[in-house]
Design a binder for this molecule. Structure first.
Ligand code: PGA
Length: 249
């Protein structure tokens, strides 16, 4: 099955209006690869509206969502607000949120369902710690996360994607071995098929963790890798665009 890769930038807590020039350059260059690769930038919540206005037609996203529709949740942002601001996609369950905000699998599942229910595309993140990998429990740990965080089906392969991000590879410059990526993505694929039947075979599974121009091609060649979630290397167009280009190959 051929699937268009999804390359999503995760700006984390970086970016103000001064950085809109990078957003514009990324959107403009990405047009060259339209149809061959899908590109998104998940910017801080405060920048979504201005970014979406600056690059109409380009996929701007958020990095988190509240699972409820509205209510007394100081500081939180719900799906309708993200939509209203111009977001078309949202990351849920990133390990930095699972860790710092104590987000458990059931919570992540509710967030994924809230996003999809509101018509947003969703990237759901999973990944093991270094301790779990060294103890030989990586596949088991991630499998458990996948089973407990997947949104109730049916899902659509165009709107729902998973991202495997080993925690020890995020922002460290360390990348998982291609054999380990292949093993994990194939284990995740099995779970997706078990959960969603045939549709599960088409859900994109992104790899994330220190992806950069120099390793993107090798990672994209791994079976069952359907794109990348890119942190540090998505902040500058010059670093991000070669990854987009590799994804279009
Ligand atoms: P990194 O971050 O590319 O800077 O390792 C990836 C992520 O956390 O999504």
């Amino acid at each position: 099955m051929t699937m268009v890769k999804l390359i999503a930038g995760n700006w984390k807590m970086h970016g103000t209006s001064e950085d809109l020039g990078e957003v514009r350059t990324i959107a403009e260059w990405s047009k060259k690869f339209e149809g061959a690769v899908e590109v998104a930038l998940c910017v801080p919540a405060t920048l979504i509206h201005r970014a979406a206005e600056a690059v109409p037609g380009f996929l701007i996203g958020a990095q988190d969502i509240h699972h409820k529709e509205k209510g007394a949740h100081t500081g939180d942002v719900c799906a309708a607000m993200l939509h209203d601001a111009g977001a078309g996609i949202v990351i849920v369950g990133h390990s930095e949120r699972r860790d710092a905000h104590r987000e458990a699998d059931g919570h992540v599942k509710a967030k994924a369902e809230a996003g999809l229910g509101a018509g947003l595309k969703v990237i759901l993140c999973v990944g093991e710690s270094l301790e779990e990998r060294e103890a030989g429990r990586a596949v088991e740990t991630v499998g458990r996360q996948v089973d407990a965080s997947l949104p109730a089906g049916p899902v659509d392969t165009g709107t729902f994607a998973l991202a495997y991000e080993p925690i020890w590879a995020i922002g460290t410059g360390r990348v998982a071995e291609v054999e380990d990526i292949e093993e994990m993505h194939s284990a995740i694929r099995e779970r997706l098929v078990a959960a969603y039947g045939e549709t599960g075979a088409g859900v994109r599974i992104l790899y994330g963790g220190s992806v950069k121009a120099s390793n993107a091609g090798e990672i994209f060649a791994v079976p069952n890798v359907g794109g990348a979630l890119v942190g540090g290397a998505s902040l500058k167009a010059a670093d991000f665009l070669p990854i987009v280009e590799a994804g279009a190959d």
